[in-house]
Design a protein around this ligand. Structure first.
Ligand code: PRP
Length: 210
C-alpha cells in the first residue's frame, strides 16, 4: 500500500510504444494487470472490514464501470450492486463544481451498509454531495472507495476509506475515465497530451479552473 500511495509512478515505457494512437497521451501511467492487483488488494481490505455483513455497493456512473467490475469480482463478502448517475465535469476538462443527479439508486439504502465506488476523487464535491444525500435516506453506514485520489485538488471535507492510488493534478483518461466521452475503454490510464484537446500547452484542473 505505501508504495502505491507514495507517488503516481509514471511507467512510460513499453505501453507508450504500443501504437501510433497512443500519441494522444503523454504518459501511460498504469496498465491493466497492475490495476487488477490493486483491485484484489482493495477487495481484500473491504472484505475484512465488512466480514459477516452484506454490503450495498453503489457505483457512480459512468467512470466507475471498469474499476467496479474488477473490484467486485475479487470481493469475498456478500454484496448487492446498484448505481447512481451524477455529473460534475460535463464535456470539458474542468469540474463545473455543481453536482447534478441524473439517476438515483434503485435499491432502498435505508438501514444498509453502503460502499460508494468511484473512479476518481478530485475536489471531493461529488462524494460530499452523495454522502449527504445518502444520510437523508437513513443508511446504517457509508464508506467511500476510489481508484485515483487527486488529494492536492481537494476542497470538500470527505474521508475516503479505500484508495487505489494517489494521483497528480493531471487530466487522466482510460480504465473508465473519459475526456468528452472518449478513451473510457483504454486498458490503461494515461495523461492526455495537449494536442488531444486542441491546446499547445498542457492543462490541468488547477490551471484551467480560474
Ligand atoms: C468525475 C469522477 C467523479 C467526479 C469527481 O465524474 O468520476 O464522479 O468527476 O470530481 P469531484 O471530486 O471534483 O467532485 P464526471 O463528472 O467526469 O462523470 P463521469 O463519471 O461520467 O465521467
Amino acid at each position: 500500500m505505501s508504495k502505491r500511495h507514495s507517488q503516481f509512478a509514471h511507467t512510460a515505457g513499453s505501453a507508450c510504444r504500443l501504437s501510433s494512437w497512443l500519441s494522444a497521451f503523454y504518459t501511460c501511467c498504469y496498465v491493466l494487470a497492475f490495476f487488477l492487483c490493486v483491485c484484489r488488494e482493495l477487495a481484500a481490505e473491504i472484505s475484512r472490514d465488512y466480514a459477516g455483513r452484506k454490503v450495498l455497493c453503489v457505483g457512480l456512473l459512468t467512470g466507475c464501470f471498469v474499476f467496479l467490475s474488477d473490484l467486485l469480482r475479487s470481493l469475498l463478502v456478500a454484496y448487492e450492486v446498484d448505481f447512481m448517475v451524477v455529473s460534475s465535469y460535463g464535456s470539458g476538462t474542468t469540474s463545473s463544481g455543481s453536482v447534478k443527479m441524473k439517476k438515483d439508486m434503485s435499491i432502498d439504502p435505508k438501514g444498509r451498509d453502503v460502499l460508494i465506488i468511484e473512479d476518481l476523487i478530485d475536489t471531493g464535491k461529488t462524494l460530499e454531495w452523495i454522502v449527504a444525500h445518502l444520510k437523508t435516506k437513513g443508511v446504517e453506514s457509508v464508506r467511500l472507495c476510489c481508484l485515483l485520489d487527486k488529494k492536492e485538488r481537494r476542497t470538500a471535507n470527505v474521508h475516503v476509506d479505500y484508495v487505489g492510488f494517489t494521483c497528480p493534478d493531471e487530466f487522466v483518461v482510460g480504465y473508465g475515465m473519459d475526456f468528452a466521452e472518449q478513451y473510457r475503454c483504454l486498458p490503461f490510464v494515461g495523461v492526455l497530451a495537449p494536442h488531444a484537446y486542441g491546446a499547445s500547452e498542457p492543462i490541468t484542473q488547477t490551471n484551467n479552473s480560474a
